[in-house]
Design a protein around this ligand. Structure first.
Ligand SMILES: *[C@@H]1O[C@H](CO)[C@@H](O)[C@H](O)[C@H]1NC(C)=O
Ligand SMILES: *[C@@H]1O[C@H](CO)[C@@H](O)[C@H](O)[C@H]1NC(C)=O
Ligand SMILES: *[C@@H]1O[C@H](CO)[C@@H](O)[C@H](O)[C@H]1NC(C)=O
Ligand SMILES: *[C@@H]1O[C@H](CO)[C@@H](O)[C@H](O)[C@H]1NC(C)=O
Ligand SMILES: *[C@@H]1O[C@H](CO)[C@@H](O)[C@H](O)[C@H]1NC(C)=O
Length: 344
């Protein structure tokens, strides 16, 4: 992979540091915070990632029975894909501290693909309200015992039951009313860490944080804030997260992001065959990109082996997870589409 910055160095041009991260974005492009030379490097890496997994998904299957005869959603198979890259970033602006040797950033993207023609609204039978999406922040970790529910043996799936258990999944879904009009009925009042059926998974860890987006499925596409026509099409990124620069010898964050269970709740209100009747509601999706079965390592001796402890395998090591976002980026994301909240 050609590194523009290295090329520039070779040509004797002075290289300016560029901002890569930390930053995240709900939307069809990278965060506006990422500076142009960094954007190119990250986009190239995202398209040709270090590690990727895509799993089949029967979208909103629980509601198929209510859909119209000519529904394109019924019997549909989508895929959910996560790309993770460990990217060399020699020109990374180290905004936050001491000089770093051989800087790298970790980049994560999510996308959905479907086979029906048209954009995601068409693929959802012309649903016109918001598509509601919620993820857990990367800093929310699960015990290895839960993480290991998702291995290569059952890794061709987006089911959360092997990870969280059937009761926990049912309890989380039952908490969420179906969206109404433009209201996602998110965020949820009871944090997942306090749902009794989930005490062995989410209950084991604090702090707890969620990230939330409601995406209008029908809007004037030219309404976009930079005036462009931006449609959500099959295979297009809808979530991305780039870490702060870290020492290249330290691929721990990358390894953790690859090994952790990515959990996402999606919800939508769907049109049915009958005028004025609506179906739909929440659905929970889980995926690990690196589905290696992990040993239980409890480095801090608190009685629970967490995924980050096991992946780091060194006492006292700390995952640099609690990122300090550039406030502008955080607030832009908030204004644009989403809400982030942390319950400590
Ligand atoms: C993810 O990686 C695959 C290659 O494995 C690539 O085809 C795809 O475009 C990437 N997705 C995004 C959103 O960049
Ligand atoms: C993005 O990644 C960083 C780690 O680099 C993490 O601290 C943060 O929680 C992530 N953002 C979200 C919304 O998950
Ligand atoms: C979309 O565009 C049409 C025609 O230009 C306009 O009448 C309508 O108010 C717009 N809708 C929104 C939500 O801005
Ligand atoms: C999908 O296409 C319709 C019709 O062109 C448009 O109104 C809508 O805004 C698009 N939705 C998305 C999410 O791209
Ligand atoms: C997957 O994770 C395991 C455990 O952290 C690690 O040993 C292995 O190198 C990883 N594989 C890849 C391809 O990153």
């Amino acid at each position: 992979m050609a590194k523009p910055s290295l090329l520039l160095t070779f040509l004797g041009v002075h290289v300016h540091a560029a901002f890569y991260g930390p930053t995240f974005h709900w939307g069809l492009s990278l965060s506006d915070d990422i500076e142009p030379p960094a954007r190119e490097v990250i986009q190239r890496a995202n398209r040709d990632p270090t590690l990727t997994r895509s799993v089949p998904l029967r979208p909103f299957e629980r509601y198929w029975g209510f859909l119209a005869e000519d529904s394109v959603l019924r019997d549909a198979e989508w895929t959910w894909r996560i790309n993770i890259s460990n990217i060399e970033a020699p020109d990374a602006d180290n905004y936050y501290g001491d000089a770093i040797a051989d800087p790298h950033v970790t980049s994560v993207t999510y996308d959905f693909s479907w086979s029906a023609d048209g954009n995601i609204s068409t693929a959802l039978d012309g649903a016109s309200g918001p598509l509601c999406v919620m993820t857990l922040q990367d800093a929310v970790d699960l015990p290895v015992a839960a993480t290991n529910g998702y291995t290569e043996d059952n890794g061709d799936s987006s089911s959360c039951e092997p990870v969280l258990g059937r009761e926990c999944v049912a309890a989380l879904l039952a908490q969420v009313p179906k969206p109404r009009g433009t209201d996602c009925m998110f965020p949820i009042r009871t944090p997942w860490s306090e749902v009794p059926e989930c005490r062995d998974s989410f209950g084991a860890f604090s702090p707890y944080g969620q990230s939330f987006m409601d995406w209008p499925l029908r809007r004037n596409v030219s309404d976009d804030r930079d005036g462009g026509r931006r449609e959500w099409l099959s295979g297009q990124v809808f979530y991305s997260n780039v870490s702060k620069p870290l020492d290249g010898g330290n691929s721990r964050l990358y390894n953790y992001m690859a090994n952790r269970v990515h959990i996402m709740m999606i919800s939508v209100e769907l049109p049915t065959g009958h005028e004025g009747q609506r179906a739909g509601g929440p659905e929970l999706l889980c995926m690990r990109v690196n589905a290696t079965e992990l040993p239980e390592v409890d480095t801090d001796g608190d009685g629970v082996a967490f995924t980050y402890e096991t992946v780091l395998e060194s006492k006292g090591a700390q995952i640099p997870l609690l990122g300090y976002y550039r406030s502008s980026c955080l607030w832009l994301a908030l204004c644009f589409a989403g809400v982030i909240f942390l319950i400590v």
